[in-house]
Write a protein that binds this ligand. Structure first.
Ligand code: CA
Length: 427
């Protein structure tokens, strides 16, 4: 599908809706989400500056006619119906919304009674989970992360396992515990083995970690038995969110042999509320790392499939201020999303509308760009200093972990907002 015709991406567009300087949500972004207010039921919205555009009401007022959507696509508590209409339809919807918010078009702007009805201050909305997630898959696609982990736990000389440079390694996660930013979680409990010479014990996790990731959300894929090629892949991806894939490292160390992670990973994974469309990210495509050995034919792709997305992680202790502990970038990922989706479906596995695919921890080349506490504090040997005088090897009770992300070029900044959650003491 040609991407050169996305009118909504024009960097010169200005909205008649005020967008503060430095906002993640200019008219070139227009991410989709689900919200309600004290008086309005759950519905689909689009973020612009410090406002949320109510698509249900916009549709009722007749501004979204002659598109592929009907009332039930907007009067609903998930984006699945909307995504079910496919890429061309959602692209045309975003273009139409851009047109309505464009300063040079007075269609909605001049009708102040309507404008006041459909533009709701962001501070008065309650965000909800954007998608009913069917299946959640998590990849392990950062070479730096896999190398760091392999160095710590196995052999620095052979840090990458033999399959890593051939396969976008992944595993099936659990959708039920994917939660929205702002929902706090209790420290998980389980089996840990703090003394290698003694039996395991049942206790709260002592090495609680985050994983800095992004995730993509799919349109309906192909039927069971068919595969998606890397060059087709972006037609099957609706958009991206920030993703904190919480991890209990001590539970993981004991449980993961031989079938991989289980309870160390499935107690919670947090996502950001606004889904930034792949269309909005077009201007931030970059070439990915060179891949050697040459990938197998089904993983080969043409053009640029990586994205320049600046990412950061902050820890905010109880009653404290934010500490920036990591600055990374999505462009460092060895395997791109198109290859991940191609690999996921190469065996005929079917991907459905509303599936969530985690990137894997995004670590960059420098120690301040590592995407987990495990790596930043190097297995507890290099504690991080907080500006309140305390230090961290892992995440403590009542710490809030915040992740933010944005792209920037040609004077246009497109952001994801944030994903944040506080760790409460074990129940
Ligand atoms: Ca992960």
């Amino acid at each position: 599908m040609a991407n050169s015709t996305i009118a909504a991406n024009n960097p010169t567009l200005k909205s008649w809706v005020n967008v503060p300087v430095g906002s993640d949500f200019p008219i070139q972004n227009l991410p989709f989400g689900v919200f309600r207010t004290s008086s309005l039921s759950a519905r689909i919205g689009v973020r612009i500056g410090e406002h949320v555009l109510d698509l249900k009401t916009l549709h009722v007022l007749g501004y979204l006619d002659n598109l592929a959507f009907d009332a039930t696509d907007f009067d609903t508590d998930a984006l699945n119906h909307l995504m079910g209409k496919g890429k061309q339809a959602t692209r045309e919807l975003r273009n139409r919304i851009s047109n309505l918010l464009d300063a040079s078009n007075d269609e909605l702007q001049k009708n102040t009674h309507h404008a006041e009805q459909v533009l709701i201050p962001n501070k008065s909305v309650i965000m909800l989970m954007p998608v009913k997630i069917g299946d959640y898959t998590d990849f392990y696609s950062s070479r730096e992360h896999a190398t760091n982990v392999g160095t710590m736990f196995r052999d620095p000389a052979n840090a990458l396992l033999p399959n890593w440079l051939w396969i976008p390694v992944g595993y099936h996660g659990r959708a039920s515990s994917v939660i929205l930013s702002g929902q706090n979680i209790h420290r998980p409990k389980g089996q840990i083995k703090p003394d290698p010479e003694k039996d395991p014990i049942y206790a709260p996790c002592r090495n609680l970690d985050f994983e800095l990731e992004t995730a993509f959300i799919t349109y309906e894929g192909k039927p069971l038995g068919d595969s998606i090629t890397p060059n087709e892949a972006e037609d099957f991806i609706f958009g991206m969110v920030l993703f904190n894939d919480w991890s209990a490292r001590d539970i993981q160390t004991w449980e993961y042999v031989p079938l991989g992670p289980f309870l160390s990973k499935n107690f919670a994974s947090s996502i950001s509320a606004w889904v930034v469309t792949m269309d909005a990210l077009q201007a931030y495509k970059v070439a990915g790392p060179e891949q050697h050995p040459e990938v197998l034919s089904y993983l080969k792709y043409e053009g640029e499939k990586s994205y320049d997305i600046n990412l950061e992680v902050l820890i905010q202790p109880e009653n404290g201020t934010e500490n920036l502990i990591c600055e990374s970038n999505f462009k460092y990922m060895y395997w791109n999303m198109a290859q991940q989706l191609a690999h996921h479906t190469v065996n005929g596995c079917n991907v459905r509308c509303g599936d969530l695919m985690g990137s894997g921890t995004i670590s960059g080349p420098t120690p301040n760009s590592y995407g987990s506490m495990l790596e930043l504090a190097w297995k507890g040997t290099k504690p991080l200093q907080m500006n309140d005088g305390t230090e961290r090897k892992f995440i403590q009770d009542n710490d809030t972990v915040i992740m933010r992300g944005h792209c920037e070029s040609n004077g246009v900044r497109i952001g994801f907002g944030e994903v944040a959650a506080k760790i409460l003491p074990a129940k």
